[in-house]
Design a binder for this molecule. Structure first.
Ligand code: PGA
Length: 258
């Protein structure tokens, strides 16, 4: 497999943290620390209200901005929702879809993930579509079954052309915010399995090309071990993306692992 062709991505998911002022302070500390980064793409996904501040603060830096969720209609009577063209107009290039917190607390399903992903693609956004099992699934030996169901219902419901424009994030729920990272081997096995799902649904070529990020307690001290696995095409980082120094050292750890 020619890993060299898959460019790695380090994406920060800020969740419901950082005001506009916090966002500006983050970028003034962060950008000088990643100035030398060339090998990885960098994405930051702030809360909606901080997106314009992030876009402004990161202008001409090569850092791309993303939303953390999106609705599938362009406009309408959908109180509280944000549409793909609205994210684009605000300066976003990416959007996270189907994060486990959306599934757990806000009723996200495979069907809504697929609808949101298609709508995001129409608007020209790059969706980062998340899948991953709960601890009880892993303990019951159901990891593959759950990942396959989430894959087939979400990314697997796309056309081959649509699928070629998304990123997948494998995020085992038991590793999110818990400090328990999947070992590089556990993560790589899940990535291989997802690639097999992609091969069965689409083609060997598409399976080789799709970028799969790992997420779940990624930190400066484990990034290099994770990136030593060829299967991992980057990371989706929650807690450790909130601090400029720690997120920069994750970016630079990814660079060093190239
Ligand atoms: P974490 O979150 O890095 O804080 O575990 C990852 C995520 O939720 O994307």
């Amino acid at each position: 497999m020619s890993q060299a062709k898959r460019r790695r991505v380090i994406a920060g998911n800020w969740k419901m943290y950082k005001t506009q002022a916090d966002t500006r302070a983050f970028f003034s500390a962060f950008l000088p620390l990643v100035r030398g980064a060339r090998a990885c793409d960098i994405v930051v996904a702030p809360p909606f209200t901080s997106i314009p501040a992030a876009v402004e603060a990161s202008r001409d830096s090569g850092v791309a901005i993303g939303g953390q969720d999106v609705f599938w209609e362009k406009e309408g009577a959908f109180t509280g929702e944000i549409s793909p063209p609205m994210l684009v107009e605000a300066g976003c290039r990416y959007v996270i879809i189907g994060h486990s917190e959306r599934r757990q607390f806000f009723g996200e399903t495979e069907q809504t993930v697929a609808k949101k992903t298609k709508a995001a693609l129409v608007a020209g956004l790059t969706p980062i579509v998340c899948v991953g099992e709960l601890l009880e699934h892993r303990e019951a030996g159901r990891t593959e079954e759950v990942c396959e169901r989430q894959f087939l219902g979400g990314p697997g419901a796309l056309t081959p052309e649509e699928f070629s424009r998304i990123l997948v994030a494998y995020e085992p729920v038991w590793a999110i915010g818990t400090g328990k990272t999947a070992t590089p081997e556990i993560a790589a096995a899940a990535h291989r399995f997802l690639r097999k799902c992609a091969e069965r649904k689409f083609s060997a070529e598409q399976a080789r090309a799709v970028r799969i990020l790992y997420g779940g307690s990624v930190k400066p001290d484990n990034i290099q071990g994770l990136m030593a696995q060829e299967e991992l095409d980057g990371a989706l980082v929650g807690g450790a993306s909130l601090d400029a120094k720690s997120f920069a050292s994750i970016v630079n750890g990814c660079e060093a692992a190239q």
